[in-house]
Design a protein around this ligand. Structure first.
Ligand code: ATP
Ligand code: PRP
Ligand code: NIO
Length: 493
């Protein structure tokens, strides 16, 4: 399982490049941006997640003597470089969007400003952490949204891709709105609710289903959710559960959190029939929980079928994000500081694919909200030193189809800068909220999205525009590079 010190959790090439920078000394500062290009699962947004673990990683970033010994054994690194590494610590600045924030493609989720030799090392671990947790938080947010206010219990640990995916996946799922997790270690590490029912094996280990239910109910009268599908849901499971609940009622045991779990069969039909039986016996407030390879689409469909389910256990498809296995976040160089002028010179990466051309320069992001509804109108990626006046009318435009323009009238909008300082000169200047605080924040964030953008299929995309200044800079750099290419003696076929 994950060690505290993740310094060697990096790609080999980061270290070979670092040695290259060390041998060709440059104390040049650079800017790297972390961003992603496509929203997971065909959605219109993502939930940014993993910053607390990035902070821990950077705070613990030191090469131990064992690390140095191991690197020496690779016969790639010289002694002077190894000596440099043994004293290594991060001395730069990091700005990031807080965890639990709704984010969109191409926005810098995190920005590193540091000497190139330091900034290069961080790439792999930062992406590893942010890509995983943002992916699972986004998937969980979709599942939570589909459940329309019912609680989602995260049950994925046994199917997660290893311990870390289980632990930090559950953390991300709770931030995105799951009410609890079956993962006890996540509960301990992050002080979040642990929840659960019982397995089929519990029923099977007793001579009969009634005795199994009765024994469980005696032990856990205030958290008594009985799994009713081991033998026959409607003929045996539900009647036996009702018998136990009736006995509890007769014995004067308060029925606080009690009910059933369905784990197979037609969940719409079974839940409706089970509800009728429970209600007829006076248990219409029983929890009817369902699990069985669920995801956001199945939950949405079961809601549309008027299934009488009010609690959901979701495991495999959530914790693995089965329909979209990678978040696709990247770490791209955006600027290099010029030694003479001490100014950042913007850099751009070209691509045949317009979407993949990077945004150059030292940037920040402003979120523009409609003042009366509080909903997001658009995000504006701009240069870090740009200022805006909310009383002025602003024209924003699509950076690809530039003729698509929107006029935002002065006084009708509010702007909020999303990037927050996390490290300045290597010192942490940010305090991570607790996971439950992040959950509350994420809920508020989801309220700023229009319903149309939360739809599971073909959601309305939120506009992410470039400021005029950034757009002009990008166009100028592209023009300059284009004219350089003009003089290449290329052969065309
Ligand atoms: N009414 C429904 N509408 C849409 N999907 C449903 C409905 N009821 C169940 N499902 C889903 O259909 C799938 C059922 O798959 P399958 O029949 O293989 O398993 P099962 O019924 O859980 O039985 P078992 O546990 O014995 O494999 C599950 O993903 C379940 O969530
Ligand atoms: O279906 P998921 O979304 O992945 O949710 C988790 C599943 O894990 C359990 O099944 P499992 O067969 O592992 O154990 P059990 O014998 O207790 O049912 C549980 O009953 C759920 O079906
Ligand atoms: O508590 C449960 O019901 C549970 C936990 C993990 C996986 N499936 C179900």
């Amino acid at each position: 399982m994950r060690a505290n010190n993740l310094t060697l959790l990096t790609d080999y090439y980061e270290l070979t490049m670092m040695q290259g920078y060390f041998k060709n000394p440059t104390d040049q500062s650079v800017i790297f941006d972390v961003f992603y290009r496509n929203n997971p699962c065909g959605g219109a947004y993502a939930i940014n997640c993993g910053l607390e673990q990035v902070i821990e990683y950077i705070e613990n970033l030191t090469f131990s003597s064992d690390d140095i010994e191991y690197l020496r054994s690779l016969h790639t690194f010289d002694e002077d470089f190894l000596e440099y590494l043994s004293d290594f610590h991060f001395s730069g600045d990091i700005y990031a969007i807080p965890e639990g924030t709704v984010v969109f493609p191409h926005e810098p989720l995190l920005k590193v400003i540091a000497p190139v030799i330091e900034a290069q090392l961080l790439e792999t671990a930062i992406l590893n952490i942010i890509n995983h947790q943002s992916l699972i938080a986004t998937k969980a947010s979709r599942v939570v949204h589909a459940a329309r206010g019912d609680g989602i219990m995260e049950f994925g640990l046994r199917r997660a891709q290893g311990p870390d995916a289980g632990i930090f996946g559950a953390r991300a799922a709770i931030i995105a709105g799951c009410i609890g997790t079956s993962n006890v270690l996540t509960g301990q590490m992050f002080d979040v609710p642990v929840l659960g029912t019982h397995a089929h094996s519990w029923i099977m280990s007793f001579p009969d289903e009634y005795t199994a239910f009765k024994t469980y109910a005696k032990l856990y009268p205030d958290a008594c959710i009985l799994l009713v599908d081991t033998y026959d849901t409607l003929k045996s499971g539900v009647p036996n559960a009702i018998r136990v609940f009736e006995e509890m009622r007769e014995e004067g045991i308060p029925l606080t959190r009690y009910g059933i779990r369905l784990d197979s069969g037609d969940l719409a039909y079974l839940s409706k029939e089970a509800y009728k039986m429970l209600a007829a016996a006076g248990f219409d407030d029983a929890v009817i929980s369902a699990s069985s390879d669920l995801d956001e689409y199945l939950i949405d469909s079961l809601k549309a079928q008027d299934a009488k389910i009010n609690s959901w256990g979701v495991g495999t498809n959530l914790i693995t994000c089965n329909d979209n296995p990678a978040f696709g976040g990247v770490y791209k160089l955006a600027a290099i500081k010029d030694k003479d002028s001490n100014e950042f010179i913007p850099k751009i990466k070209l691509s045949e694919n317009t979407e993949k051309v990077t945004n150059p320069g030292n940037k920040t992001i402003y979120r523009i909200y409609n003042k009366s509804t509080g909903k997001i109108k658009a995000d504006l990626i701009c240069l870090a030193d740009e200022t805006f006046d909310e009383s002025e009318t602003m024209v924003i435009f699509d950076p690809i189809d530039t003729w698509k323009k929107t006029r935002v009238l002065g006084g009708t909008y509010i702007m909020r800068e999303l990037l927050t300082p996390i490290f300045l000169n290597g010192k942490k200047v940010y305090h991570s909220p607790s996971v439950m605080e992040l959950q509350a924040y994420c809920r508020q964030e989801m309220d700023t999205l229009w319903e149309e953008s939360k739809r599971l299929i073909n959601p309305h995309e939120v506009y992410v525009d470039l400021s005029q200044k950034l757009y002009d800079l990008k166009t100028r750099l592209l023009d300059e590079m284009g004219s350089e290419n003009l003089y290449d003696d290329q052969e065309f076929f």
